[in-house]
Structures are given as structure tokens and as C-alpha cells.
Design a protein around this ligand. Structure first.
Ligand code: SF4
Length: 367
């Protein structure tokens, strides 16, 4: 797998999807089995992954099973929850204590780790020693909105590898530049994004949104640029992505990325509810995939945030496989609605494209 590539699998079963993703990435050919492998989930708070806040323990469990089968023996799970919360409690309540007991992979609470002083790009940063000394870092972030940086995914997840005093200082420095610099000090070797359930509004969870997907990449900048588009953000909306690219962490140019889907999105096993926005009455879903529904929910949220929702056309917004072959008015989201007069292609479309599509005035040609 090259650094400019991203792999996407749809569904919510890591046991079956991860081996397929790793086979497509040819991971056994380049995984260094002789180095200490660090597994860094996002356990910002002690809440289950169904809340949208934390990395699904099934993903970490499937990863460990795969690495053990490849002969990797020196594995460790590292995390430091956010300020004021206990990592030990998060390990316990998020299911990681059980994983550790079952697999023998130790848990390291970085809040109790020594720190190493690092200098990079004019910034002094204290970093947790055990994170700094990892030989191969696997970063498992969750797709979430964030109150200060708008989104959090791979690049920001490394903030869990610094002591609490530094987390506090990062906030006073505006977060964006320190996050970018931190990623020049700690190198992410592999990103596995938990996009099974993300959060629409806040990194602490509470507004969960199913996206039903797992994304694998080697470049955290490219991963974050892609996830930003899935969440409805335009390029440049998230300064730390651009800063990290400028500091040489990776490439944010999605036009140069090779994005491969390894399967088709499954139809959502649930209805559209709940849709936390002001437009649910206009939304008509018929056999819609959760990937499409998730994109729409993120897009509607972005439009709400910018107070654009009230200015939208009041035409129905339709999506789902039940609309295949139908020709009708209204706004069609996704390739299943190709027969609509106005429809947005994509299977599933990204939230950023849905935002642009819904902003278009009726009668304007859709590309
Ligand atoms: S376009 Fe159709 S098949 Fe594709 S994700 Fe959307 S609902 Fe599913």
C-alpha cells in the first residue's frame, strides 16, 4: 500500500472487514514484526463506542488477532484520556481491560508515563516516553466533530500521547499548530479509522451517527483530508490539516489520492431516525445504506451550523436503493437516484458534496 492510497470498507463487522482491508493493503509484506507495535485508540472519555466518542473495541480486538496471527508479539495499547478523566476507567468501561486480559496485550496509561522533551518547528513539546519509543504506531481514531477544531480524527488523536499539562497548553496555543507539530514528532505508520459510529457535534460523544465504514491509510494528513470531506467540510476548513501538510507530515491533496472501496455499502438495518437537524420531514429514505444516511446527516449538520438550512429549497430530499430506476422530481442523493431530474452521484456521496449540492438553486445544472 502506498502513502497516497486509502482503502474503505463498508459495514460494522471488524472481524470480517479488517483482514480484507489488510489483504488489499498487502500489510503482511511491509509490517515490521520485530518492532514494538503501539495501538493508539481514542478513549477520550469513559463512554462506549456506541456513544460516538470512543474507538470500537471490536476493531482493536480484530487488529490484535490479525497481528498475533502474523507473529507480532510485542504489542501495547497506549492512551491518555482527556483532562480530568481517568484512562483506567476508560480502559475498563470501553472494553479494553477485557481485551488485555484475553489477549495478553498490556494497557499503558500514558498519564503515568515519563515525558521526553522535544523541539520541532520552533515549538517545545513534552511527549510521553512510551509513545515516543514505539517502533510502529497504529492510530485508531474515531470520526467526530470537535468544538474547537471542528473535527478530530487521525492527526488530533495523537494528543492522547502527551501529558495533561501539555494538553492544557495546546488549547491555549489554539490547538491547530501544536497538533501539526506534534505529528512531526510522533510518526503514525498506519491509520485505521473507526467510522462505524462517529459523532456529529462533539468529541465527547452524545450525538452518534452511523457511517458504517472503516478507512485504512498510511498518511494521517490524507486520511484527515478525506474524513473532512466525509463530514461536510471544504478543503481549508480545518487549519491543522493544511499546517501538517506544510510541515511535511503528509499530503492533503485528495485529487492525487487513490481511494479504493473494497465492498458495497450495506442497506441500513434501521430507519432514518433520529435525524438531529431541522429538515427530517423533507428527507425520504427508502432502503438507504447507513453510509449514505451518515453522509446526509453530517451534511445537514454543517448546513445547520452555518444557518443555511432555512434557505434551502423545500423539495423532498430522497435517497436509498428503493429509488433505483425511478424518475421523479425532488432532490436525489447518491447514485441510486440517478433517474431524478436533480441528483448527486456517488455511492455513497461525501457530505462535502451533499453540502454543495443542497446549496445549489433549483434549475442550476448539477455537475
Ligand atoms: S447511493 Fe444507493 S447503494 Fe450507494 S450508498 Fe447510497 S443508498 Fe447505498
Amino acid at each position: 500500500m502506498e502513502r497516497h492510497e486509502l482503502l474503505v470498507a463498508y459495514g460494522d463487522d471488524p472481524d470480517s472487514l479488517l483482514p480484507r482491508l489488510f489483504a488489499a493493503a498487502d500489510l503482511p509484506a511491509w509490517l515490521p514484526r520485530d518492532r514494538r507495535i503501539g495501538i493508539k485508540p481514542n478513549l477520550v472519555v469513559a463512554k462506549p463506542s456506541s456513544s460516538g466518542a470512543t474507538t470500537d473495541p471490536r476493531l482493536v480486538s480484530a487488529l490484535i488477532a490479525y497481528l498475533h496471527a502474523l507473529g507480532c508479539r510485542d504489542l501495547v495499547i497506549l492512551e491518555s484520556s482527556w483532562l480530568g478523566d481517568s484512562t483506567a476507567r476508560a480502559f475498563r468501561e470501553c472494553g479494553y481491560e477485557e481485551i488485555s486480559q484475553r489477549t495478553g496485550v498490556p494497557l499503558v496509561d500514558l498519564k503515568h508515563d515519563e515525558t521526553v522533551a522535544c523541539e520541532a518547528h520552533g515549538l517545545h513539546v513534552e511527549v510521553c516516553r512510551q509513545a515516543r519509543e514505539i517502533g510502529f504506531l497504529i492510530n485508531l481514531p474515531v470520526i467526530k466533530a470537535h468544538c474547537q477544531t471542528r473535527m478530530t480524527c487521525a492527526l488530533k488523536n495523537l494528543k492522547g500521547c502527551i501529558p495533561d499539562a501539555e494538553k492544557r497548553r495546546f488549547h491555549t496555543l489554539g490547538l491547530h499548530r501544536p497538533i501539526a507539530v506534534l505529528n512531526t514528532i510522533l510518526h503514525t505508520d498506519l491509520v485505521i479509522v473507526d467510522g462505524i459510529v462517529g459523532d456529529l457535534t462533539f468529541e465527547e460523544g452524545g450525538t452518534p451517527a452511523r457511517l458504517d465504514r472503516i478507512i485504512v491509510g498510511r498518511d494521517p494528513v490524507l486520511v484527515d483530508a478525506y474524513v473532512a470531506s466525509l463530514m461536510g467540510f471544504a478543503p481549508g476548513d480545518i487549519p491543522y490539516i493544511e499546517m501538517a501538510a506544510e510541515l511535511g507530515v503528509g499530503c492533503r491533496d485528495l485529487d492525487r489520492a487513490g481511494i479504493r472501496q473494497i465492498n458495497e455499502p450495506p442497506v441500513a438495518p434501521h430507519s432514518l431516525e433520529p435525524v438531529p437537524c431541522r429538515l427530517p420531514a423533507r428527507v425520504r429514505a427508502d432502503q438507504a445504506c447507513s453510509a449514505c444516511l451518515g453522509s446526509l446527516r453530517f451534511a445537514l449538520r454543517r448546513l445547520e451550523e452555518e444557518d443555511h438550512a432555512d434557505r434551502l429549497s423545500d423539495e423532498p430530499i430522497c435517497l436509498g436503493q428503493g429509488f433505483r430506476g425511478q424518475t421523479q422530481g425532488g432532490l436525489g442523493i447518491g447514485s441510486c437516484t440517478a433517474g431524478f431530474g436533480r441528483h448527486l452521484p456517488g455511492c455513497p456521496p461525501a457530505a462535502a458534496d451533499i453540502v454543495e449540492f443542497l446549496r445549489q438553486k433549483p434549475g442550476k445544472k448539477i455537475p
